[in-house]
Design a protein around this ligand. Structure first.
Ligand code: ZN
Length: 508
C-alpha cells in the first residue's frame, strides 16, 4: 500500500502533457516530447536481470581494456561489433533511477520485480502478474499493447517461461508453475516469442512434443535451427523461435548458452544470440499500421551474478548491450515514433568495483584469462573430482582455464592456495575438512566449490568483490531514448516505468 501511495504521489507531481497524451515532468527537456507530439508506435523494453549500475560500469571498464574486445569476439564468434569503448547504453540521453522492493520484502525477486515492470503494480515474492494476495490478475503492458492493435514480441536469453518474460503474458500464483505459464503462453496470441524454450521438463501433463503441437494448432511456426530461423520473415505469421539445444535438459536447460561459452558450442544452431532474436523480432513485428511492442530480457546476467562469476557476467551484459544496439539502429530510422527503455529488475551478487585486498587498484584485464563460464567449468569439475586428481593436476587445469598460478600477475598467494586446497578437499568429500553449514554457505553458496573459489580469486585480483549469492536492494538505473523518454528521468519507483510508458502510448 505504501508503495502505491508513493507511486500516486509521483504521478500527481507530473503534469499532463496534452501533446502526447501522457504526463511529463515539469522540466525544460519535457518540451521535446510536447514538440514531438506523438505517442510511440514502436516500443522496445529491455530488462537486464540482476543488472544495476555496478554490472554496467564493470562491463564498460572491461571493454575499454586493451585486447578485451578481440578476446570477447573470439569467445563469442563475433557477436559484438560496435565501435569505441563506450557501451550503447552510454548513448541514451535520458537517465533515471528506480527503487525495486517487492510488496512484502525489501529485497525483491525476479517475479515481483517483473510484475512491477510489466503491470505497474507491486506484488509479493514469486507472484507472476497477479496482485499480492494472488486473487486477481494484473493486466500487463504487453497485453495492453496487443489490445491496442500492436504486434507483440517477447525475447529472452533464459527459458521463455522464466519469471521475467512470463510476467508479460502469464498470471499465475507461483513462478515455478511452469506448465500453467506454458498454457498462458499458448493463449496469449502474442506474435513472437524468441530465445530460450519452455521448461517442458517440469511439465506433468504435457510432453514437449504435445506443447509444440499445441503451438502449431494456435498458428505458430516453431523454429529450432539456424536455417529455419534465417528463413523467417514478415509473412511467417506467429512465431516461436528457439535454438537446437532445446532438445537437452542440462542444469540451465531451455536457456541460450552463456556467451563466453559460444566458441565451444558444437553447432551453429546454438549460436543464435540475443541480438539476432531482437533483429528477427523487428523483421517479424514491423508494420506501419499500429506498430509493435518488443520486450527483451538478458536473463543470464543474473545467473552469473548469483554464481559470483564476473567475466561471464560481463559477457552477458555486453550481449544485451549488443541487442540494445539493434534497437538503436531501428530508432535512427524511426526517431519520431520509437521509444527504447532499458532497466534492471534488481541488482544481484552485491557486486562492488573495489576489493579490500587491492585497495585502490583495479586490474580488469586479468579477467580476460578466464575462457569458460562457471556453469561449464563447474560441470566439468563435478566429473573431474570423481577421478581423484592430484591437487597439482587441478592447479594446472585452473591455470589453463583461468590463467591463475605461475609467477605473473595471477600468481597465487599462500592464502589463495589454501582456499583452493580447502575447496578441492571439500569437493572430494575429504573428512579432514570440517565446515559448518554457515561456512559452507558463505564460502561456496551452494555452487561447485572449486569453481566458485576460483572465480572469487580471479575477480578479487581484478579488484572486484561480491557480497552475496542473492539479490540486493540497490536501486536500478533506467536508460531511455525516443518519444517521451525525458519523462523517465528522475528518481522514482519501478512501477512508474510501465505506468509512464503506458501513458505515453495511450494504452487503455
Ligand atoms: Zn536472481
Amino acid at each position: 500500500m505504501k508503495n502505491k501511495i508513493y507511486s500516486m504521489v509521483l504521478g500527481a507531481a507530473l503534469l499532463l502533457c496534452a501533446a502526447c497524451g501522457g504526463t511529463s515532468t515539469n522540466n525544460a527537456q519535457s518540451n521535446s516530447a510536447a514538440a514531438n507530439g506523438k505517442a510511440p508506435k514502436y516500443i522496445f523494453y529491455f530488462v537486464g536481470d540482476g543488472m544495476s549500475q555496478p554490472q554496467i560500469t564493470m562491463a564498460e571498464k572491461a571493454i575499454s581494456e586493451p585486447g578485451f574486445r578481440e578476446q570477447f569476439n573470439k569467445q563469442t564468434c563475433n557477436i559484438y561489433n560496435h565501435d569505441g569503448s563506450a557501451l550503447n547504453l552510454r548513448k541514451f540521453p535520458s537517465v533515471g533511477l528506480a527503487t525495486t522492493n517487492a510488496e512484502n520484502r525489501f529485497i525483491t525477486c525476479s517475479a515481483a520485480a517483473a510484475t512491477a515492470l510489466a503491470t505497474g503494480y507491486k506484488t509479493t515474492i514469486n507472484t507472476i502478474s497477479m496482485n499480492g494476495d494472488r486473487t486477481a490478475n494484473l493486466e500487463t503492458i504487453a497485453e495492453k499493447a496487443k489490445k491496442a492493435g500492436m504486434k507483440v514480441g517477447v525475447v529472452t536469453s533464459v527459458s521463455i517461461d522464466h519469471a521475467t518474460p512470463a510476467c508479460f503474458y502469464a498470471h499465475v500464483e507461483d513462478r515455478n508453475m511452469y506448465e500453467s505459464i506454458g498454457h498462458w503462453l499458448l493463449k496469449s496470441n502474442f506474435d513472437y516469442f524468441g530465445g530460450g524454450f519452455t521448461r517442458w521438463d517440469k511439465y506433468k501433463d504435457m510432453t514437449k512434443d504435445q506443447f509444440i503441437d499445441s503451438l502449431k494448432i494456435k498458428g505458430y511456426t516453431v523454429t529450432t535451427t539456424r536455417k529455419d530461423f534465417d528463413a523467417l520473415n514478415a509473412q511467417s505469421g506467429k512465431v516461436l523461435a528457439t535454438i537446437n539445444k532445446v532438445t537437452s535438459t542440462k542444469i540451465d536447460g531451455s536457456a541460450l548458452p552463456y556467451n563466453i561459452d559460444l566458441d565451444i558450442q558444437q553447432s551453429d544452431d546454438d549460436r543464435i544470440v540475443l541480438r539476432d532474436f531482437v533483429k528477427k523480432g523487428i523483421e517479424l513485428l514491423y508494420n506501419e499500421d499500429k506498430g509493435f511492442f518488443l520486450f527483451t530480457e538478458g536473463g543470464k546476467i543474473d545467473w552469473a551474478d548469483h554464481a559470483n562469476d564476473a567475466i561471464s557476467n560481463i559477457y552477458e551484459t555486453l550481449a544485451l548491450d549488443a541487442a540494445i544496439g539493434v534497437a538503436m539502429d531501428f530508432y535512427r530510422q524511426h526517431p519520431d515514433e520509437t521509444l527504447i527503455v532499458f532497466t534492471g529488475d534488481h541488482e544481484c551478487g552485491g557486486l562492488t568495483l573495489g576489493f579490500a585486498g587491492t585497495n585502490y587498484e583495479s586490474a580488469f584485464q586479468l579477467m580476460q584469462n578466464q575462457v569458460v563460464s562457471f556453469e561449464t567449468f563447474g560441470q566439468e569439475m563435478r566429473e573431474y573430482i570423481k577421478t581423484n586428481p592430484k591437487f597439482d593436476a587441478l592447479l594446472a587445469k585452473l591455470q589453463e582455464n583461468f590463467g591463475i598460478g605461475g609467477d605473473g600477475a595471477l600468481k597465487l598467494s599462500e592464502y589463495e592456495t589454501k582456499r583452493l586446497k580447502d575447496a578441492y578437499l571439500f569437493a572430494k568429500g575429504d573428512k579432514s575438512v570440517k565446515l559448518t553449514d554457515e561456512e559452507k554457505h558463505l564460502f561456496y553458496g551452494g555452487y561447485e566449490p572449486i569453481t566458485v573459489t576460483t572465480t572469487h580469486i580471479i575477480d578479487n585480483k581484478a579488484g572486484v568483490e561480491w557480497a552475496s549469492y542473492s539479490h540486493t536492494a540497490l536501486p536500478v538505473p533506467v536508460y531511455s531514448m525516443g518519444c517521451g523518454s525525458e519523462q523517465l528521468e528522475g528518481y522514482f519507483d519501478n512501477t512508474d516505468i510501465p505506468n509512464t510508458m503506458m501513458r505515453l502510448a495511450n494504452f487503455k
